[in-house]
Design a protein around this ligand. Sequence first.
Ligand code: Q46
Ligand code: ZN
Ligand code: ZN
Length: 313
Amino acid sequence: MKCRKCGGKAVINMPQHHLGLCKEHYLEWLPEQTERFIKKYAMFKHSERILVAVSGGKDSLSLWDILVRLGYQADGLYLCLGIDGGVNYSSESQRLSEQFAAQHGLTLHVVDVEQETGKTIPQLAEATNRGQGRPCSVCGLVKRHEMNRVARDLGYDVLATGHNLDDEAAVLFGNTLIWSGEYLLRQGPVLAESPGLARKVKPLCRFYEREMAAYALLRGIEYIYDECPHAAGAKSIYYKELLNQMENERPGVKLSFYLNFLEARRSGLFAERIDVQKELLPCPTCGQPTSAPGECAYCRLKKAGSPPIQEID
Ligand code: Q46
Ligand code: ZN
Ligand code: ZN
């Protein structure tokens, strides 16, 4: 296959776009497309300060790289979760995140969950009802809270995460299987800010995982190959495999699944029911919004060993 722009040898073929590109043109095309999506979904402007949630993986490091190449003011945030899993997962991903920041002269904020809460994610999962056998539930809660706290405390306008199309399509698949109206309504490239909560954006949501892997590889970005050890057996991995099987038969099916969903949502298919809108109140301890009366789930999690946590923020 030949590069559509220069006729040279294509290093990547994207059947869903009927497009092949050489290295040079691929490394131009992907940031150009990202810029197009940033504008299309009104994610942020050049005057705004962006905090990129960096995990040491290919997507988040590539996102940071792309935003900086596009001239945006983007700093990184690394959350040390204290996960080892026999592969030094957290320390290795922190090392690679710090290495990337140093190589490019960028600012990386590092927050250690153990210092903030007194426990690592696996220890928090052990110590609480919420986490029994499912550290991802605790981890998701802590990550959302800490990202939001840092964005608020350090005055960032927007939080950017590296979710790619495969991630988004898998979440959409899971939410659709159970027709979770509340989650479907909130899923999309932009989650607008609300009192106490930063705007969240996903600039890579229209790129396939293999496209992001190709970008990281061709840009020479060193990233952690290992998945988090707790990801094994997650439903999202099963959904990704199913979607990949469909994609093999029908190239582009993942992209159209996601884009048609966005269009359906935009035209009001998942309109919010007024009677179930939850009122959010500031948590008396940390100030972040919560639907629970009294302290939020994060603050109660921090007091590990306290009464069972029931609601999900
Ligand atoms: S980091 Fe945390 Fe993920 Fe690991 S413990 Fe689960 S949620 S799998 S993205
Ligand atoms: Zn070319
Ligand atoms: Zn709180």
